[in-house]
Design a protein around this ligand. Structure first.
Ligand SMILES: [Zn+2]
Length: 501
């Protein structure tokens, strides 16, 4: 702003004073008795500031013309005439001819300060203008006033605070930055989702962005604040992986649960840590929790039903699956709401059946099973089989049982009731089951492909205990069946279909 340099001329009669006196009292007060007070300023928007500046400019032009008239007729360094003292903190800091100059110059100073800080500011001083007398050389120009004010004003920076559930979490430079910080946090928690599927991202907590006065040191960088909100803390604690470390031992050492260590290191794979890797030991407790609402298309399984056919020739604890059931498939479009990756709500929008489920058909018996103990009589453990190798001497060796050939998967039955004493792998026997029938008699079933009983289990005579296979040393699917009396092998052929005790 340029100083008002007006031609100074000496005249005797202050014409302008007359003019002023002719003005109505109210108008005079408006023009001259106006006391400016800069109490902490209301934050005007640029537009409002603009209109204030325009109003000031108008007043300036008006008062300028009065002043011009006045000065034209009153250049005077001998007599004191009407002036206005600017008072700050009870002290006069300068004198003005035109009281409106304070407003105009303060506004310019504020604008300049905002520009140099790239920031809104608030001037804290209270200025007052009171009537006084001064000679022409005692009043200041607007340039001088600018310098005086620049050295006088105290101001604070107007920044923006992010409050989460009414608690101040951090301060950033601008409202734009604050909004961005919240958006960044939302992005962080929704980054793993397919962007096209996201309908809405909301925070659980109340977020408020408030204008506050702050000092430079209180203002955080936006990206630092994003990090702080995500982790819930500024704390840093790292651990460098050493030889022999696992997630488990590290968690235990630092008194953390495995889950905590995993959640503190979302970008590290617990199964693939290497010596020298840096692990974070601070478990994140985000200030903001984010809910992501997504539209998803999913395939869902529909359960199948099981239909039973009852036959009298089977025991009621036996089952034969005649037809395997199949799950049905439906294509579902749904709105899914997830919080921290966990589904909290699901609204099905549409459902399309891709395939209907197929019922499972099972045959089961009506007979009560016999008691689970030895009867003293052996039945054929593999009906419908033929003997492929007999008990006794065989090519220079001795065959301890008899081989009974039948298709792989055929049901092997317990020759008599008893207690399972072995069920597992046994070298050349392959998968093998031993049953103790009491009275010193045991039976052995070898080369099985599957076993349906376990050690200690009591079985009844005829119970399906295994399936025919060719595990261990075997030249094709068959059951190697042994009968032992007090531990010594006897010829099974002599015992099947026989009361043995
Ligand atoms: Zn054999």
């Amino acid at each position: 702003m340029k100083n008002l340099k007006l031609p100074f001329k000496k005249t005797n009669i202050p014409e302008s004073v007359k003019i002023f006196k002719q003005l109505p009292e109210k108008k005079l007060r408006q023009v001259f008795n106006h006391k400016i007070k800069f109490n902490h300023k209301i934050q005007f928007t640029k537009r409002v500031k603009g209109s204030i500046a325009l109003a000031c400019a108008t007043i300036l032009v008006l008062s300028g013309s009065y002043a011009s008239d006045y000065l034209k007729t009153h250049e005077n360094n001998i007599f004191s005439t009407d002036s206005y003292s600017v008072i700050e903190d009870g002290k006069e800091i300068c004198k003005l001819r035109d009281p409106e100059m304070l407003d105009t110059v303060l506004l310019k100073l504020e604008n300049d300060l905002e520009k140099s800080h790239s920031h809104d500011i608030a001037i804290e001083n209270k200025f007052e203008v009171i009537e006084s007398k001064a000679k022409d050389n005692e009043v200041v120009t607007d340039e001088q006033l600018y310098d005086i004010l620049e050295n006088t004003v105290n101001y604070s920076i107007l920044a923006y605070s992010i409050n989460i559930n009414s608690e101040q979490i951090g301060i950033v430079n601008s409202e734009y930055e604050a909004t961005n910080v919240i958006e960044e946090v939302k992005n962080y928690f929704s980054k793993d989702y397919d962007e096209g599927s996201i309908v809405e991202v909301n925070t659980i907590e109340d977020v408020e962005i408030k204008q506050v006065k702050a000092s430079n040191t209180e203002i955080k960088k936006a990206d630092e604040l994003v990090n702080y909100i995500i982790k819930g803390t500024d704390e840093e604690q790292k651990y460098i992986v050493e030889e022999g470390d696992t997630y488990w031992t590290i968690a235990e050492y630092f008194n953390m649960t495995l889950d905590e260590l995993i959640s503190a290191n979302p970008n590290s794979d617990p199964d693939w840590i290497q010596i020298g890797d840096e692990l974070n030991l601070v478990v994140p407790k985000p200030f903001l929790n984010v809910q992501v609402k997504r539209k998803v298309t999913q395939e869902e399984k529909t359960e199948y039903e099981t239909e039973y056919t009852y036959v009298s020739y089977m025991y009621n604890d036996e089952e034969v699956v005649d037809r395997k059931g199949e799950y049905g498939i439906s294509k579902i479009e749904a709105l899914v709401t997830e919080q921290n990756g966990i589904q909290v709500a699901k609204e099905v929008l549409s459902e399309e059946v891709v395939s209907e489920p197929v019922s499972e058909i099972v045959t089961t018996g009506t007979q009560d099973p016999p008691p689970k103990k030895g009867t003293g009589y052996f039945i054929n453990p593999l009906p419908g089989s033929y003997i492929s190798s007999r008990f006794g001497s065989r090519s220079g060796g001795f065959h301890l049982g008899q081989d009974m050939a039948k298709a792989a998967g055929s049901a092997i039955k317990a020759a008599d009731g008893g207690t399972v004493t072995f069920a597992g792998w046994s070298g050349s026997y392959g998968y093998m089951i031993d049953i103790d029938h009491g009275g010193g008699f045991t039976t052995r079933y070898a080369h099985c492909s599957e076993m349906y009983v376990s050690v200690g289990e009591k079985v009844y005579q005829g119970k399906v205990i295994a399936a025919v296979g060719t595990t261990g040393v075997s030249s094709g699917p068959h059951l190697h069946f042994e009968v032992r009396k007090y531990g010594s092998v006897v010829n099974p052929a002599s015992y099947i279909g026989v009361q043995y005790r």
